[in-house]
Design a protein around this ligand. Structure first.
Ligand code: URA
Length: 233
């Protein structure tokens, strides 16, 4: 049960002050009856605004095909961000929608977004070794010796305390490979290839755990059920 003014404000409809005015104007109903007290507590599923049920009152889990050129930070000073792809009301929600881990500005591919804080923590925790598959294009030919090097679990990146966990490399073309990681150090894929003298020219995340992008176009998101990862823990 939540206060009506708080509920509408947290779901991004309006400010708490505006919510009070909306209630006073008779725009809000609870179980079909017009509410007259903005402090009234109600089950979100029973509340309607202007005759419409509330917009995802229980939370959101989204699978985005991240395009290049957008950052995952909410900080506008870092440039255009992925949140600009979402409906304006969702951008005003509290708790706010955030990405589960981050992709670099120029990295494309599968990115999960949610307002479920606990899910973010569970899926980014080093304890849960969710496999993530990347496709990287590099500037110099790949050689088979990289396969055991990445698989060994001994590759030390500058500034990191722990070496990279064992990672599976599949060379798919002279300068293209798929890399499966179970962790997410800062710029990890780029830094792993840099440690072998190669620059990553293009990076795309194909899979996150059991999820893939299917044919979803860049810039588009789709909703996933909130319990998608329940069996994963
Ligand atoms: N590794 C990187 O270097 N960049 C990403 O965006 C993701 C993984």
């Amino acid at each position: 049960m939540r206060r009506l003014d708080q509920l509408l404000a947290n779901l991004g409809y309006c400010s708490r002050r505006e919510a009070r005015a909306w209630v006073e104007a008779g725009r809000v109903t609870v179980a079909g009856s017009v509410a007259d007290d903005p402090g009234q507590k109600a089950a979100p599923a029973a509340v309607q605004v202007d005759g419409e049920p509330l917009d995802h009152p229980d939370g959101l889990l989204l699978l985005l095909h991240k395009p290049a050129g957008l950052v995952c930070s909410h900080d506008e000073r870092e440039g255009p961000n992925i949140y600009s792809l979402l409906p304006p009301r969702w951008r005003l929600r509290n708790p706010q929608i955030t990405s589960i881990g981050r992709l670099d500005k120029e990295t494309t591919g599968l990115l999960l977004l949610t307002d479920q804080t606990a899910l973010v923590h569970r899926l980014t925790s080093p304890k849960h070794k969710v496999p993530k598959i990347y496709r990287a294009t590099v500037d110099r030919d790949l050689t088979p010796d990289l396969i055991p090097l990445f698989a060994a679990g001994t590759l030390q990146l500058e500034g990191e305390k722990e070496p990279c966990r064992p990672a599976e490399l599949k060379i798919t073309a002279p300068r293209e490979a798929e890399l499966i990681l179970t962790e997410g150090k800062y710029h990890q894929v780029r830094r792993m290839f840099a440690a072998t003298g190669r620059t990553v020219l293009a990076l795309h995340r194909i899979r996150f755990g059991e999820l893939d992008l299917d044919d979803q176009p860049a810039g588009q998101w789709r909703e996933l059920p909130l319990d998608t990862f329940d069996s994963a823990f």
